[in-house]
Design a protein around this ligand. Structure first.
Ligand code: PHB
Length: 357
């Protein structure tokens, strides 16, 4: 039988029954204290037939936050909240990784402890506005991290990975994509450091390398995935040579024997893409998860041709808890409602109908 989207695959220590992955999705529905709550349990449990669930991006520390009502993994209450989710997913037969997130400059003093400035590799203010509890507010000039502060941030990733294990996750995905802290180091539009963390490709990838090294040492590389987004301009991101930058980053990651590399293969908003992702895949060498605007036909083609080992789906998973069953039976898909993507209650979250409902 030839390999397709419905073929099993072993990823790290996990046997996935299919190659259809629920992509990380920010939904802004955590309770006070950025604590996961009952409706979040129901939401993830509904999507349990995914080969793998990757959670929404989750703050590793109080400084890592950039949006209202996004969950964290740094407090005891947050760990307990996530425990209820991993238990429900495992009892229903599923597998779940936690996405580790530090937003860097994509934040606002009103979201930060003591109203502090957001942190970044360099003091470069992104164009655009932060989402705050008081509405949209212009991004501020971030504070460039001192070199001697960087080990402390790496340690926040390690502690978060430890907390994720305690919360019962099967593994973690290091969020190095979409204009957040690690990506801000990787791309030259947001990194103008003149120390060992800026300038050359090697230096810009150093923070990613250090975080990955430390998290793998803590929980095992076979429990760690990494997400990259070479061409996503979201959050005012730019790189002068994304092919070279991300071939290099993928090459750095090839040395770890990670569970997978997860790649957002175009601009998230426009879908435009001009680099060759097979080079990124080859530079990495391990399991490759493709993402961004895939439908069933393109995903099947990617897996059958060997361009990808797995494909993750974001918007389609918002609207279709039983996406695997709908794909395998050729059933119609529910239509996602963008008005309920970010924030709110169960409506547009846990009330999309299953097949036959
Ligand atoms: C978002 O809130 O729009 C968002 C969050 C995390 C991402 C991408 C987008 O990685």
């Amino acid at each position: 039988m030839s390999t397709d989207l419905f073929s099993p695959i072993t990823v790290g220590r996990l046997a996935l029954p299919n190659r259809i992955v629920m992509a990380p999705l920010t939904r802004n529905r955590a309770a006070a204290g950025n604590v996961p709550q009952a409706m979040n349990v129901a939401y993830y449990r509904q999507r349990v037939t995914a080969g793998l669930i990757i959670t929404e991006a989750t703050q590793i520390s109080p400084q890592g936050v950039g949006y209202p009502a996004t969950p964290g993994i740094h407090s005891a209450a947050q760990v307990a909240g996530w425990q209820a989710i991993t238990r429900a997913v495992h009892e229903a037969g599923g597998r779940i990784f936690l996405q580790l997130w530090h937003v860097g400059r994509i934040s606002h003093p009103s979201l930060q402890p003591d109203g502090a400035l957001p942190l970044a590799p360099s003091a470069i203010r992104p164009a655009g506005e932060a989402v705050t509890y008081e509405g949209m507010q212009a991004f501020v000039m971030p504070r460039a991290l001192d070199r001697d502060e960087i080990p402390g941030i790496v340690e926040q990733y390690v502690q978060a990975a430890r907390n994720a294990q305690q919360a019962g996750f099967d593994g973690v995905e290091i969020h190095a994509a979409n204009g957040y802290l690690i990506d801000q180091f990787l791309r030259d539009g947001s990194n103008q450091r003149t120390d060992a963390y800026g300038g050359t490709l090697e230096n810009r990838a150093r923070f990613l390398q250090e975080v990955t090294t430390a998290v793998c040492a803590e929980i095992g590389a076979d429990r760690v995935g990494v997400r990259l987004s070479p061409e996503n301009n979201f959050n005012d991101m730019h790189d002068s040579d994304p092919q070279t930058t991300f071939n290099h980053a993928a090459g750095v990651l090839s040395g770890f024997d990670l569970a997978y590399l997860h790649v957002v293969e175009s601009d998230m908003i426009t879908g435009s893409s001009s680099i060759d992702y097979s080079q990124v895949r080859t530079a990495f060498g391990g399991h490759y998860m493709a993402n961004c605007k895939y439908d069933l036909a393109r995903a099947q083609q990617a897996v059958q041709s060997g361009a990808a080992d797995m494909v993750s789906f974001g918007t389609l998973y918002i609207a279709n808890p039983d996406l695997v069953e709908r794909f395998s039976s050729g059933a119609a898909l529910n239509t996602p409602d963008p008005d309920t993507f970010y924030g709110g209650d169960e409506h547009g979250y846990t009330d999309y109908p299953f097949l036959g409902q």
